[in-house]
Design a protein around this ligand. Structure first.
Ligand SMILES: C[S@@+](CC[C@H](N)C(=O)[O-])C[C@H]1O[C@@H](n2cnc3c(N)ncnc32)[C@H](O)[C@@H]1O
Length: 282
């Protein structure tokens, strides 16, 4: 058994074992990519590393639970994850204005976020909570929608929605943090560490519901924990660097002072139920 709503300081590979099987609704796994100079990022074979993680983490997911795995373009190459999880999307997180420019090849302008589900269908996909502005002009869209193939065809249910559109699988609307970002905890956390809250928010809101349990094995400075607290999700988080754990705890205390945001149905929910209760009855 492991406490929830705490960032545990230690090695994720060991701490994961203390998480009960099939107790987790969502995993957000933003660990080593195998590309930076950080000592924790020196892994020989990123694909082998990811396969082992997928295998271990899938055991912890409930049926219908989701897992997002961050990485570079090749992070799943030549590994067979299919016995464990179903890959639903490779989301491209597009960052056109990277400072580091390639000299001997093309500048890398994206990360991938692999979206997996345990089983055929996700328990949660809250599209209305993550809609983004429509790009087409309404008049044009309505004219297109009046043609018979749309009215009577398979796209009839995906008509113009005033609340916005599905964000799709290429996300260029969320920028990487820069030295000027208010959100940045310190300069050392830039690039390979801290992710924008908006990015994590999209994953949490889409793939979990109020009161669910989110596992973050590589918590960094606690962005997933912060977003979960703000949106009344429970979290179980691990981080090996005690300084980052300290920063994460300070950010959580700030959220505590702000108070939780109202959820989309307009009420605050009690998430203080015992972790054991959530994982019981499987
Ligand atoms: C890419 S960062 C995560 C950033 C996080 N999403 C955020 O926004 O703050 C990866 C983190 O994993 C941590 N880490 C690496 N290996 C670990 C391990 N075996 N156990 C726990 N944490 C680990 C690193 O210290 C680093 O903070």
């Amino acid at each position: 058994m492991i406490d929830r709503n705490v960032i545990h300081c230690g090695d994720a590979q060991q701490l994961i074992q203390a998480v009960p099987d099939e107790s987790i609704d969502l995993v957000i796994c933003d660990g080593p990519y195998g590309v930076s100079n950080n000592s924790w990022d020196h892994i020989g074979n990123v694909q082998g590393f990811n396969l082992l993680l997928i295998k271990r983490l899938s055991r912890k997911l409930k049926r219908g639970g989701s897992l997002y795995l961050f990485g570079k373009a090749d992070c799943l190459d030549f590994i067979d994850y299919r016995p464990f999880l179903r890959l639903r999307s490779r989301i491209v997180w597009y960052q056109p204005s990277r400072l580091g420019q390639g000299r001997f090849g093309y500048t890398n302008n994206y990360d991938v976020i692999c979206y997996f589900v345990k089983g055929d269908r996700p328990n949660a996909f809250n599209l209305d909570d993550i809609r983004v502005p429509q790009l087409v002009e309404l008049g044009h869209r309505l004219r297109c929608e009046r043609v018979p193939s749309v009215v009577n065809g398979p796209f009839g249910k995906t008509k113009f929605n005033e609340k916005g559109k599905n964000p799709g699988d290429v996300w260029g609307d969320i920028k990487q943090l820069t030295y000027k970002s208010k959100e940045l905890v310190n300069r050392g956390a830039l690039h390979t560490i801290q992710k924008p809250e908006r990015l994590i928010e999209r994953l949490v809101l889409a793939s979990s519901s109020v009161g669910d349990i989110v596992l973050d094995p590589f918590a960094g400075v606690g962005t997933v924990a912060v977003v979960c607290k703000r949106h009344q999700r429970n979290f179980v988080a691990f981080e090996i660097n005690p300084d980052f754990v300290g920063i994460g705890n300070r950010r959580l205390a700030d959220v505590e002072r702000e108070g939780p945001v109202l959820n989309f149905s307009g009420h605050k929910e009690d998430i203080s139920q015992d972790y054991r209760t959530c994982s019981a009855g499987r």
